[in-house]
Design a protein around this ligand. Structure first.
Ligand code: HEC
Ligand code: HEC
Ligand code: HEC
Ligand code: HEC
Ligand code: HEC
Ligand code: HEC
Ligand code: HEC
Ligand code: HEC
Length: 344
């Protein structure tokens, strides 16, 4: 045999394991992340991930988000789909595939969660880009998921949510919502907005919008379509709050769901002081008067609203008012204003 033939023979022998399914597991690149692409921008607190590993190549997938183990999946089929929580700013997602105790592959990517409310997170770092899932060819996903919306994705919204035990609810929702199979975690918070609670996603996300499912801007175009009573009431008022003037309802309210009453993105006091930082420092209302500790703005019962805590919204309307400083009460003077609570 010539030396070249021998060399070729050894080359083939040494490469053989890569072609045989089991041994090839030691190779890198088993994990294919289908979505999201590396370095995309997100706006909400949940991130959907879909990846695949060759059948039988791994018996456990571990998903670590910002150093916290979030998901462990036994890949029973080639596709593994899951949703993980993300924080504001940069999030790093590390996925490792294990066969027995041995790590056979790993993959990592990052996403940036932006927020128009939080100064530090308004502009994503320049290496991050917005990405629209629904304008792509998602044929791969269509093997198992329905992607084209149906009539029941636009339900009547009468405030009644789909009730019942968790299992029945889940069944009803998957049967009547195309979006549910992938986006189910978007409503997994304590307070769910009316139309999102019944998965009437298309009442705001138009399937013929450009890009697909984009919502109208400003938010008032979306919100006042249903909250017509508010539109009428508020447009008659003399003073309008800055963010409302520019139509940014969703800077304070999640259109889907949140952990705070009224689907606020933060508890009221934290929300207001994010923009009005100086009002949370303790000198507000009483200024430099003899009451050195200032006027409380939280952690006390609200004398005007039984069962609620004092917050900024106890004295100010977050939207509109007929009185300067957006006072929440119908009063003619500062004295009357103070008397509202201090005369009780
Ligand atoms: C082989 C079938 C299959 C394919 C292909 C598939 N999925 Fe899934 N996906 C599922 C199943 C089944 C579920 C239900 C989740 C579960 O309980 O395991 C699911 C759930 C999801 C979820 C919700 C996960 C959660 O728990 O919140 C998302 C998001 C998702 N898929 C996205 C995708 C995307 C994007 C694609 C295409 C890149 C895709 N899937 C392709 C079968 C598939
Ligand atoms: C196959 C799974 C799947 C189905 C079904 C699905 N989505 Fe999505 N959608 C995604 C993924 C993945 C993203 C990326 C954002 C994320 O992490 O949630 C996304 C993003 C979006 C976005 C942000 C814009 C974009 O294109 O990235 C909107 C809006 C949206 N989906 C609405 C819907 C609505 C409404 C439905 C039902 C009619 C629906 N989706 C059904 C997987 C799905
Ligand atoms: C009340 C109106 C409204 C309803 C109902 C609604 N959405 Fe949205 N959704 C919005 C707005 C507003 C945004 C922010 C869009 C933007 O800033 O471009 C948004 C954004 C999204 C995004 C993008 C998330 C991201 O991280 O960028 C997804 C995904 C989404 N919606 C899915 C859904 C699904 C699924 C439903 C049904 C349960 C639904 N929406 C119902 C108004 C709504
Ligand atoms: C498709 C109709 C629809 C659209 C569009 C809509 N809403 Fe709603 N909204 C509802 C329904 C229904 C309720 C539940 C009413 C109830 O329970 O009293 C609700 C409740 C609310 C509540 C809680 C009210 C309360 O008293 O607890 C807030 C806050 C709210 N919506 C804000 C918004 C914002 C902000 C937008 C725009 C991003 C918006 N809504 C768009 C239908 C809609
Ligand atoms: C600056 C933050 C902020 C903005 C912007 C904002 N809201 Fe609110 N909204 C709140 C807070 C805080 C509450 C709860 C008030 C309370 O505790 O009484 C609330 C309550 C509500 C409620 C239920 C209570 C009520 O007053 O009827 C609705 C409906 C609502 N908002 C809709 C909207 C719509 C529509 C827009 C856009 C036009 C909007 N909000 C803009 C902060 C905001
Ligand atoms: C997204 C930023 C933002 C948030 C959040 C916010 N505000 Fe404002 N606020 C503004 C802007 C902008 C103005 C207008 C400033 C100006 O005109 O000088 C304003 C003005 C005000 C004013 C003065 C109005 C006047 O005529 O003197 C009051 C009072 C006020 N906000 C209360 C609140 C309360 C209460 C909350 C929480 C429910 C809140 N703000 C949340 C941005 C915000
Ligand atoms: C006990 C009632 C009360 C509470 C609670 C309260 N305020 Fe005020 N606020 C006032 C009064 C009275 C004025 C007008 C007098 C003045 O200029 O200090 C005012 C004025 C303001 C102004 C406009 C004037 C300026 O200095 O720019 C803003 C903005 C404001 N408040 C924000 C807030 C925020 C944010 C909170 C919650 C941290 C809050 N307020 C809590 C009573 C209150
Ligand atoms: C929304 C209701 C509300 C309004 C309006 C209000 N306060 Fe208060 N105020 C409170 C609460 C609650 C406390 C805390 C009482 C306690 O600790 O028991 C307080 C405490 C005080 C204190 C500290 C002494 C004490 O009684 O504990 C002073 C002084 C005070 N307020 C003055 C004012 C003045 C001046 C105004 C008008 C500019 C005003 N308040 C408007 C609710 C209000």
């Amino acid at each position: 045999m010539s030396i070249r033939v021998v060399a070729l023979f050894y080359l083939i022998i040494s490469l053989l394991p890569f072609f045989c399914s089991n041994a090839y597991a030691a190779d890198q690149g088993m994990i294919t992340v289908h979505y999201p692409p590396d370095r995309t921008v997100r706006e909400f607190g949940v991130l959907s991930v879909s990846l695949s590993v060759p059948e039988g190549s791994a018996d456990l997938l571990k998903v670590i988000v910002n150093d916290v183990l979030r998901v462990e999946i036994k890949p029973e089929r080639t596709f593994a789909c899951f949703t993980v929580p993300i924080k504001l700013g940069v999030n790093t997602i590390n996925i490792s595939a294990l066969k027995g105790v041995k790590q056979v592959d790993s993959a990592a990517f990052s996403v940036f969660r932006k927020s128009d409310l939080e100064g530090k997170f308004i502009s994503p770092l320049p290496i991050y880009r917005k990405d629209n899932f629904h304008i792509k060819d998602n044929g791969k996903c269509a093997q198992c998921h329905k992607l084209e919306p149906v009539e029941s994705d636009l339900k009547p919204f009468n405030g009644a949510s789909i009730k019942g035990a968790d299992k029945d609810r889940e069944k009803a929702l998957s049967a009547t919502s195309t979006c549910y199979s992938c986006h189910k975690k978007i409503t997994s918070y304590k307070y769910v907005h009316g139309p999102a609670a019944v998965w009437s996603c298309l009442s705001c996300h138009d399937k013929i919008a450009e890009p697909k499912y984009a919502v109208k801007k400003p938010d008032t175009e979306v919100c006042f379509a249903c909250h017509t009573d508010k539109k009428k009431e508020w447009s008659a008022m003399k003073y309008t709050h800055g963010p409302v003037t520019i139509g940014k309802c969703a800077i304070c309210h999640s259109p889907h769901a949140s952990d705070y009453a009224f689907n606020l993105v933060k508890p009221t006091w934290d929300l207001c002081t994010t923009c009005h930082f100086e009002k949370g420092t303790g000198t507000h209302v009483l200024g430099d008067s003899i009451f050195a500790e200032g006027h409380p703005t939280r952690n006390r019962p609200d004398p005007m609203r039984k069962g609620q805590e004092l917050t900024c919204a106890s004295c100010h309307s977050p939207h509109t008012s007929n009185f300067p400083h957006l006072w929440a009460f119908d009063v003619n003077s500062l004295y009357e204003f103070c008397q509202k609570c201090h005369n009780k």
